[in-house]
Design a protein around this ligand. Structure first.
Ligand code: SF4
Length: 280
């Protein structure tokens, strides 16, 4: 067995929280660059240009890419041959968020109770998912998820007969209803299958994928491309100023489901698609 002290997890999360907020991942930068080449509207092109400059300034000056530094979502893949000493893994992650957000002067965006709305003052708790995997490594993936795009996300239990047509209609309707609210150009995380809650988790997990890589299954790779092209015909454009580049990528995660169901969850992500990972 391999032993990891919880302090090591805390330090890793602290670093990831700051890096994620200051440094837009290269795959997102590549996709914005590509969108700029394809955008036909001058206002849209100008927005994409500003987004590139903003990301550059954030990295150079170590400042947040966006004022909404998000609620931290962490996916942890824990090797089954690891023993964690000290705090629990969730406790260690939350301590890392606490320290990272305080020392990085990142906005505290979490309220303790959804109705009483008192700020927790340290951006905890993070939303943590832990999965046991073979081996003796711990992978931590962190995304600060902003409220604007999250608020426009939706879930629907379709009838199996509605199939691909139903999914496409639901995605287009969701993006159209969202308009400029999720700060386009957006990334669409699409969870298909599982059950009610699993589909939402699939949609979130999809947003952690590398934008430079095609889906490994050609059927889903084609569906992702089709959906992106159809969304881009809606004309919403960067920041809603009109244009051809409303969507940077559609990312799909699927899972087996019940014979009577077709759960579909759409988790929208803004252009500030911040995520970082580390392997301990
Ligand atoms: S949706 Fe994204 S870019 Fe817009 S305010 Fe929220 S975090 Fe910032």
């Amino acid at each position: 067995m391999r032993t990891i002290h919880s302090d090591q997890i805390t330090q890793a999360i602290k670093k990831l929280a700051q890096e994620a907020n200051f440094d837009l991942p290269q795959d997102v930068k590549n996709t914005i660059k590509e969108a700029k080449k394809n955008e036909t509207s001058p206002a849209g092109k100008n927005v994409l240009d500003q987004l590139e400059k903003n990301a550059q300034i954030a990295k150079t000056e170590q400042r947040p890419i966006c004022q909404d530094t998000g609620m931290a979502v962490v996916f942890a893949e824990l090797g089954q041959n690891i023993v964690i000493e000290g705090q629990t893994i969730e406790g260690a992650i939350n301590e890392g968020i606490r320290q990272g957000y305080a020392e990085g002067f990142l906005r505290k965006s979490v309220v303790k109770d959804p109705l009483n709305r008192k700020n927790t003052q340290d951006n905890t708790p993070a939303i943590v998912y832990i999965k046991q995997i073979p081996g003796n490594k711990l992978t931590l993936k962190l995304a600060p998820k902003g409220g604007g795009a999250e608020n426009m996300s939706r879930l629907k239990m379709l009838k199996p007969a509605q199939g691909i047509k139903g999914i496409k209609e639901f995605v287009k309707e969701t993006v159209e209803l969202a308009g400029a609210n999720p700060c386009p150009p957006i990334i669409v995380g699409l969870g298909i299958g599982g059950n009610f809650e699993k589909s939402a988790l699939l949609a979130k997990k999809a947003l952690f994928k590398n934008l430079d890589k095609k889906h490994s299954d050609p059927f889903y790779a084609n569906l992702e491309e089709d959906l992106k092209n159809e969304i881009n015909k809606l004309g919403i454009g960067p920041q809603g100023f009109g244009g051809t580049q409303t969507c940077l990528r559609v990312l799909i995660e699927s899972f087996p489901c019940h014979i009577a169901s077709l759960p579909v969850a759409i988790n929208l992500q803004c252009h500030a698609a911040r995520h970082k990972e580390i392997i301990i």
